[in-house]
Write a protein of this length. Structure first.
Lengths: 157, 168
């Protein structure tokens, strides 16, 4: 694994970002803006599944509205996150416990979102309002919060 | 100057020193600030996009506001409290940081924009409450809010960089 991280850091992408004074900060700024978008797009659907916002709209309707913003911000997160990670892949992120935990949380959050939460939110209305759906919403908030907290934690580790 | 003396006085209080020199308090406050950003800016964005006429177009403007505002307010309260704590940890450095000053100006302009919306186009909300296409003034208010909050978020992050020498 270390050799993969070394290859990434020595790649054109890694060295370009690392050698630039502004690139890291610029990607980081867009990464943070996408965080706000992802936060709103995910939270609004989870809050709806809990019955705490837009109770008069169907869960599927809110989820359909939020979907392009969620997908778009996830794409933006990857497009900005990969250069950030590449810049110091081996010398920083490989040894950073918070980064590692963030990746575990991210993998779990993505799998849970696309294979559990989205099917529940966009599926049958009775199920989308069930107690099971509320548990799914809480799990979604917890997993994505884990990604955010560990992301912030990278800088403190 | 009055503001600077206040910052210097604050920096010498045990409260400020306590946060500044703590191992865990600072990272915890910082994490709260970042997570409440998702709640505050993320949900505010949905409201602003409704004003622009892009999202939640089938829900009345007044209902989008009524449903989102408790959560936006909760996010804002968490942001302000954690933000004040962060500021208190090192007030003189923040005061002298160019990005922090731009952020403060952005916050002031965002407040003015919200007030302009409230005392302007919002007074005729009944006329356009349920329309998918909102009036030009409402679209402008929504777009201005999105732009200002983007500046506030980005300059907030850039406070941590010392590209420029401190102003004080």
């Amino acid at each position: 694994m270390a050799s993969v991280f070394q290859w990434i850091e020595q790649s054109w992408l890694g060295t370009s970002v690392n050698n630039s004074l502004w690139a890291f900060a610029a990607f980081e700024a867009v990464h943070l803006l996408a965080l706000a978008v992802i936060g709103g797009a995910i939270l609004v659907v989870d809050l709806r599944m809990l019955g705490w916002v837009f109770p008069r709209q169907r869960v599927a309707e809110v989820a359909t509205e939020a979907r392009p913003w969620m997908i778009g911000s996830i794409v933006a997160m990857f497009l900005t996150g990969i250069p950030l990670m590449a810049s110091l892949a081996l010398s920083k992120y490989y040894f950073n416990e918070a980064f590692r935990l963030k990746m575990y949380f991210l993998a779990a959050a993505l799998l849970f979102t696309f294979f559990v939460r989205q099917p529940v939110a966009l599926g049958d209305d009775a199920r989308a309002n069930s107690r099971m759906a509320k548990a799914v919403a809480i799990m979604s908030v917890l997993l994505w919060s884990g990604v955010g907290i560990m992301g912030r934690g990278i800088g403190f580790y | 100057m009055l503001l600077l003396s206040f910052c210097q006085w604050l920096a010498d209080t045990p409260f400020s020193t306590g946060i500044r020199e703590s191992t865990y308090i600072y990272p915890v406050i910082e994490s709260v600030h970042v997570l409440s950003l998702c709640m505050f800016v993320g949900l505010l964005l949905l409201w602003d996009l409704r004003l622009v006429g892009i999202t939640l177009r089938r829900i009345a403007v007044s209902e989008v506001w009524a449903r989102l505002i408790p959560w936006i307010t909760l996010g804002a309260v968490l942001m302000v409290i954690s933000g004040l704590f962060l500021f208190a940890s090192d007030p003189v450095r923040f005061y002298g940081n160019i990005f922090f000053r731009i952020k403060a100006l952005g916050l002031f302009l965002a407040l003015l924009n919200a007030l302009a919306f409230h005392f302007g186009i919002e007074r005729r909300l009944v006329e356009w409450d349920t329309s998918a296409v909102t009036p030009r003034a409402a679209q402008l208010a929504g777009a201005a809010s999105i732009a200002l909050w983007a500046v506030i978020v980005v300059t907030g992050r850039f406070v941590a960089y010392n590209w420029f020498p401190p102003l004080v």
